[in-house]
Design a protein around this ligand. Structure first.
Ligand SMILES: Cc1cc2nc3c(=O)[nH]c(=O)nc-3n(C[C@H](O)[C@H](O)[C@H](O)COP(=O)(O)O)c2cc1C
Length: 277
């Protein structure tokens, strides 16, 4: 719980101004019960008079230049060919621990992480996901197609048929098409929360994790298929020892790369609409 130390406070009230829930009342030495414990108050206090216990040092100027970040963004790619080199459990643990600074809605910090490095388990997840998604795709057949067309429209049906063809074709050719023989898989999950946005939290985490991984010379591939398969087949959560009440929001394959992307590529320019008047 956030506490105010009246002895050190100089009543500059920067904490009151910064609090996202307007929960600091310096005059009455009170913190509202709505406090989300983000500690913006402590982070801004020149006197360290609030949020004691969570203050771990001074912030320092980072030396990352905009160009460094632009290059990192541009050069990050999904990797599907991994080296057989294992990623140490210590590094994976450190990785996930550092990623705790990724923001969460209402500062809930409620994400849980399951890290799989066991080869047999990874293969099991791979095979179960293929089996589950193949089954779902096979349910798009001559009997169900007219219903799908009626409910979702011709265009959606066509896209679904294309996805079915591509998936089943690839599943024939690449038996490792889900986990790509990656040495590790990180699964991001949480209990479903009526007020939070855990799925967004997890996907923001995942996006940031792909960038952090690059800086550690690790490569990643975000994997949506496992998320999709886990929604359809509860055995996937069982294999991962994830409680039944938890939902898998995102997954990321991680390992050392076996290939290097030599060339930079162009991307579609985003459509931007300015509303300035
Ligand atoms: C939400 C999300 C889900 C994804 N799911 C998969 C997946 O299941 N399998 C896969 O091989 N790639 C997956 N990807 C990777 C995309 O295919 C990849 O990001 C895209 O083709 C662009 O390539 P790049 O990441 O190398 O820039 C996913 C990416 C995102 C953002």
């Amino acid at each position: 719980m956030v506490k105010i130390s009246a002895d050190n406070c100089i009543k500059c009230k920067k904490c009151e101004a910064i609090c996202p829930v307007t929960g600091v009342d310096i005059e009455n030495n009170n913190i509202s019960k709505d406090c989300i414990q983000c500690y913006h108050c402590g982070a801004i206090c020149p006197q360290k008079a609030i949020g004691k216990g969570k203050l771990v040092g001074k912030t320092s100027q980072n030396n990352i230049q905009p160009y460094d970040f632009e290059l990192l963004m541009e050069q990050r790619r999904s990797h599907r060919i991994f080296s057989t080199q294992q990623v140490s459990p210590e590094l994976l643990k450190k990785f996930v621990e550092h990623m705790r600074y990724s923001p969460t809605a209402s500062n809930l910090q409620n994400l849980s992480f399951t890290i799989v490095t066991n080869k047999k388990k990874l293969k099991e997840i791979n095979d179960l996901s293929i089996e589950t998604i193949s089954k779902a795709f096979r349910s798009i057949n001559d009997i169900t197609k007219p219903i799908i067309r009626l409910l979702k429209g011709r265009h959606t049906l066509k896209t679904m048929e294309q996805s079915k063809r591509k998936f089943l074709q690839k599943a024939e050719l690449r038996k490792d098409m889900i986990c790509y023989n990656a040495p590790a898989l990180i699964v991001v999950h949480s209990e479903s929360m009526p007020t939070g946005m855990p799925c967004h939290d997890a996907n923001i985490w995942t996006g940031m994790a792909t960038l952090y991984a690059e800086l550690l010379n690790l490569s990643t591939c975000i994997n949506g298929y496992i998320v999709n398969a886990a929604k359809r087949n509860k055995k996937i959560k069982q294999v991962l020892h994830i409680p039944i009440k938890n939902e898998i929001h995102s997954t990321i394959l991680i390992g050392y790369p076996r290939t290097k992307f030599e060339n930079r590529i162009e991307r579609k320019m985003p459509k931007i609409n300015f509303i300035s008047e």
